[in-house]
Design a protein around this ligand. Structure first.
Ligand SMILES: Cc1ncc(COP(=O)(O)O)c(C=O)c1O
Length: 432
């Protein structure tokens, strides 16, 4: 799939980096793992110099485009005055103000460096606020690398047991067995199961955490009323509702899924599109809950106000606030989704589209996808076959069907046209 320089770099990397990468998700397999040289706008070049239209966008952060001049120039100007002080700067106060202004459900926020850190802190705050330990999460959702929620994320769904009494499956060796005592897992969109569990355990649950859509499992959308049910039941039992907007935040709307679905969670986590690729994250929510930080509740980190991240967020949020960026992405994304739908229809391949125009997925040879257990029955071999054919022709979605296609403001109508032309060809090819 990739050229000789890519293969050589993979062999070199594997001598010093486990799997030859710095995050397991970037390893696609022997001889099929991409290595990048550079990226600009919606395009990316591998180390063999081959150009692609990028639909991975670094797993979602790149909302404006790679090497986006208006963001990079702000970062470059700011870092010339120092990058880290262990003191608070005016710029980070301004970023928190922007987050509060744009997010309907956030009254106070704290900055972090990654989505993992943001969800870890939000869980700490929720436990401290409620004085409880249990966390309820949904199968197929990913909330970062910490041990608290890396359960029933990527496991083969056969390991999850019966949907009425799911087995929480650790996402890795090395997670202490006793952590299982603190987690309850459920299929996403299972309203009846959720009500039943809340009835039995609601008063022991510190937090219900969910992505608004399953951003790590084919962007499966919440069914009507599901997020609202979580809001209602968490209120009833005094649990904290954490909405993990690491992928949807500053992508599906300026006010994220809170705005899109008109819901008011207690805590929200952000990362990714917040900084167009610079290392920055945040969590925030109700003043009453956030105010317990510092009152016996520890939240901190040396790099939480790193200048590149803060300056990246400042520039990105100002652009999102003042220009119709997300609307433009939505329009182009919709055209891409509609075009792909038409191609599958014309070729009689059942395809279920999920997600939003800025972040969507499709599952093949299946009629309905409402949770990870259903998604697992879709045709992954066909999906991967198409991805590999697309990559050979310069279109790069992720190799893993769970990972949505991400669009940015830099994806042009010409990029969409080219992508549709390629998919029209390769879908016909696999039909033959
Ligand atoms: C919904 C969600 N939460 C948390 C994380 C973890 O973020 P990070 O990789 O920045 O630690 C991710 C990463 O993909 C995510 O998609």
């Amino acid at each position: 799939m990739f050229g000789s320089k890519t293969q050589a770099l993979q062999r070199r990397a594997e001598r010093v980096l486990p799997l030859g990468v710095n995050s397991n998700f970037r390893y696609w397999g022997e001889q099929i793992t991409p290595y990048v040289q550079k990226a600009k706008g919606a395009h990316l070049w591998d180390v063999d110099g081959k150009k692609y239209i990028d639909y991975r966008m670094a797993f979602g952060p790149i909302i404006l485009g790679h090497a986006y001049e208006a963001v990079d120039s702000k970062v470059i100007a700011e870092i010339q005055n120092g990058v880290l002080f262990a003191m608070t700067s005016e710029l980070e106060v301004a970023v928190a103000e922007l987050i509060v202004e744009l997010s309907p459900a956030i009254e106070m926020a704290r900055m972090a460096c990654s989505g993992t850190e943001a969800t870890m802190h939000a869980i700490r705050v929720a436990r401290a606020y409620t004085g409880r330990d249990l966390i309820l999460k949904f199968e197929g959702n990913y909330h970062g690398m910490h041990d608290h929620t890396l359960w029933s994320t990527y496991a083969p769904v056969e390991a999850y047991g019966n949907a009425r009494s799911p087995i929480a499956v650790p996402g890795s060796s090395g997670i202490p067995k006793m952590m299982r005592d603190f987690i309850i897992t459920l299929p996403f969109n299972d309203a009846e199961g959720f009500e039943r569990v809340m009835k039995s355990y609601g008063e022991q649950i510190a937090a219900v955490i969910t992505e608004p859509c399953q951003g790590n499992c084919a962007a499966i959308n919440p069914q009507d009323g599901f997020l609202q049910l979580i809001r209602k039941k968490t209120e009833e039992y005094g649990c904290v509702f954490i909405l993990d907007e690491v992928k949807t935040g500053f992508r599906i709307a300026n006010g994220g899924a809170q705005e899109y679905y008109r819901i008011t969670p207690d805590l929200i986590t952000y990362a990714k599109a917040l900084g167009n690729g610079y290392p920055v994250a945040a969590f925030g929510g109700k003043r009453e809950i956030m105010s317990i930080i510092g009152q016996g509740v520890a939240v901190g980190g040396t790099y939480t106000n790193n200048k590149p991240g803060i300056a990246g967020a400042y520039a990105t949020l100002n652009l999102l606030k003042t220009q119709p960026i997300l609307k433009t992405i939505e329009k182009r994304g919709l055209r891409l989704m509609d075009g792909l739908k038409e191609i599958f229809e014309e070729n009689d391949i059942p395809a279920v589209f999920t997600g939003y125009p800025a972040m969507f997925s499709f599952s093949l040879n299946i009629e309905k996808v409402t949770n990870q257990r259903e998604w697992a029955k879709s045709d992954h071999a066909l999906y991967i076959d198409l991805v590999e054919k697309a990559i050979a022709r310069g279109i790069m979605p992720d190799h893993d069907a769970r990972e949505p296609w991400f669009l940015s403001y830099s994806h042009s109508d010409a990029d969409i046209d080219e992508t549709l032309n390629v998919y029209a060809e390769i879908v016909k090819e696999v039909k033959r």
